[in-house]
Write a protein that binds this ligand. Structure first.
Ligand code: NCD
Ligand code: ZN
Length: 346
């Protein structure tokens, strides 16, 4: 028996495409199912200015295979030297859809991020004035804060003060991993949304650490306790429009993951939509998948929902996803949910 679900073509509101040979290999994995994505600017060196974002956008479009359609939605990497006028011009031209805040040292390629939040006050005020959203990597980096508490502490010490001192600033809490993140979004009014990744709906911290260390489940923010995963599942499948999909698909080659100091990031572009169908079916919420993956994100960003569709069908036989994709830089392991998946997307 085949069961089919058709939703508007989904978008990914948090994606790492990298550059060069890696970009060329991973872009089709996203463009196969997704119409648009918010492109993370944490290249080396980062995408800081409007000119750099325009050039990166051209490289992405040039890497897109013939016959595939995909719209990269560009972001700027916020530094303490970011010029509010450059941000405003990049927004006015339609090029840039958000600015990304990385606390310095929080994650992969975040060394140029913000340490002193007073230094970015002018940019944040300009963004509030023009309605340009701030995408936030919500983790403090203080050495004395336990890595599993970094999101919760960030909300209290950094995010809430920024929002209170910058009225009108639209904020996306990216890849939330805790009940604290869910509750913070729910307790606040307009102008605050959150993305949730596919993998944080599937794994908790035991998956990373029990029975041997699993480098391909290590990402930042790191997966938390089961109660947090349950809170994320409830939020994603609730139909609340403030929660939407941002895969945070973040490719690293196998040698860089399977290492004494392995990189953070799960690569989920290839199988995200089948995995989400599986998760939403488990939660008896298949009717909420279109909202989460295709409608809530465009509503937050003030963009139209796609007028194309994606069909998901369920078959009795489990679907075979590739274990790895080959890239010019080496193999990248596709996220393995650890269970059989019967949904496939086309
Ligand atoms: C991301 C990456 O590899 O660029 N890694 C990750 O674990 N998610 C960076 C990020 O979004 O934190
Ligand atoms: Zn990310």
């Amino acid at each position: 028996m085949t069961e089919t679900l058709t939703i508007p073509r989904p978008d990914d509101w948090h994606l790492h495409l990298r550059d060069g040979a890696m970009l060329k290999a991973v872009l089709p994995e996203t463009a196969r199912h997704f119409g648009r994505a918010i492109i993370m600017p944490n290249l080396v060196p980062p995408v800081v200015t409007g000119d750099q974002a325009a050039a990166y956008r051209e490289r992405i479009l040039a890497a897109l295979p013939e016959g595939m359609a995909f719209e990269p939605l560009m972001t700027l990497y916020l530094t303490e030297d970011t010029d509010p006028a450059d941000v405003a011009a990049a927004h006015a031209s339609g090029l840039v859809k958000a600015v990304k805040l990385y606390p310095a040292g929080a994650t992969t390629n975040s060394a140029s991020g913000v340490s002193d939040f007073n230094k970015v006050r002018g940019v944040l005020e300009k963004m509030a004035e023009i309605g340009l959203p701030l995408c936030v990597h919500g983790e403090v980096t203080d050495a004395d804060i336990d890595i599993f508490d970094r999101e919760a502490v960030f909300i209290d010490r950094v995010l809430d003060p920024i929002r209170k001192s910058t009225p009108g600033l639209r904020v996306v809490m990216e890849h939330i991993t805790t009940k604290n993140g869910v509750d913070y979004v729910k307790s606040n009014a307009a102008g605050l949304g959150a993305t949730i990744t596919t993998h944080h709906l599937i794994i908790n911290r035991n998956h990373i650490l029990v029975g041997g260390i699993k480098p391909h489940y290590y990402c930042l923010p790191v997966a938390k306790r089961e109660e947090h995963r349950q809170a994320l599942r409830a939020a994603a499948t609730s139909g609340d429009a403030r929660f939407f999909l941002g895969t945070d698909s973040a490719p690293h080659t196998d040698p860089n993951k399977e290492s004494a100091c392995g990189c953070a990031g799960c690569f989920t572009a290839t199988n995200t939509m089948p995995l989400l169908a599986h998760v939403f079916e488990e939660e008896s919420a298949l009717d909420k998948l279109a909202g989460f993956a295709s409608e809530n994100g465009p509503a937050f960003y003030g963009l139209p929902v796609s007028d194309e569709t994606l069909s998901l069908s369920k078959s009795d036989a489990a679907v075979d996803f590739p274990e790895k994709i080959e890239t010019g830089e080496g193999p990248v392991t596709v996220f393995d949910p650890g269970f059989d998946v019967h949904w496939h997307a086309e």
